[in-house]
Design a binder for this molecule. Structure first.
Ligand SMILES: Cc1cc2nc3c(=O)[nH]c(=O)nc-3n(C[C@H](O)[C@H](O)[C@H](O)COP(=O)(O)O)c2cc1C
Length: 197
């Protein structure tokens, strides 16, 4: 875990931004664009939910066999971009991605509604399907298989932690003189710099 004071200042600011975002009355205050890159260098982006963060970095959960999961397996670098319109705030975080500890994924899995757990088994995320009936049939098959048992976490469904090496805060200001503050890891340690808007 990073203990550089500049990094810790960035994490503290991020933590406060998330706390503030949670007071805005948004349906999904931790929704974030996640960009990954294929082995061939082609970028792709989609929204996920950040389901926790600490001094090691933000965590999201997904199916590791999905497009994003396959891209992260081939190239474990990612970028996140949050935007909260009512607060006029953007946060960008970049870095290497690693799976979270199995125990942490199990813990989060156990808090998921039963229907979401069944859906995670039923959906081969990012694979083509015939029609809705096919998905419904898969869902019902797992519903039947698990009956009233505890539903275990699929081995291919887990959390990823992004280990930040670059964190940028952007705050909207009048006349487009926005504030940009970049925290970045260099070989000598973390640096902080203001960027022109
Ligand atoms: C608000 C919102 C939240 C989402 N949260 C997640 C999530 O936490 N995990 C996930 O795998 N997909 C989530 N999705 C779906 C993804 O955007 C995407 O469709 C899916 O993960 C497949 O992406 P891929 O084919 O690039 O792997 C969310 C979509 C929206 C609009």
């Amino acid at each position: 875990m990073e203990d550089d004071p500049i990094y810790l200042a960035a994490i503290k600011r991020f933590d406060q931004v998330i706390k503030d975002a949670q007071t805005l009355g948004l349906k999904e205050p931790t929704a974030v664009a996640l960009a990954t890159v294929s082995a061939e260098g082609r970028p792709s982006v989609r929204i996920v939910l950040m389901r926790g963060h600490d001094a090691r970095g933000p965590v999201f959960y997904t199916n590791s066999q999905s497009r994003k999961g396959r891209e992260l397996a081939a190239n474990p670098q990612a970028a996140l971009c949050f935007y909260w319109d009512p607060a006029g705030l953007q946060v960008r975080i970049e870095g290497r991605v690693e799976p979270v500890e199995a125990q942490q994924s199990d813990l989060y899995w156990s808090t998921r509604p039963r229907e979401s757990q069944i859906a995670a088994w039923a959906s081969q995320q990012s694979q083509p399907m015939q029609d809705d009936a096919e998905l419904k049939q898969q869902f019902e098959a797992y519903q039947h298989e698990f009956s009233d048992q505890i539903i275990t976490r699929p081995i291919h469904w887990y959390g990823y932690r992004l280990l930040p090496d670059r964190i940028e805060f952007w705050t909207s200001r009048p006349a487009r003189l926005h504030e940009r503050t970049l925290y970045e890891r260099s070989p000598a340690g973390w640096t902080v710099a203001r960027l022109q808007p």
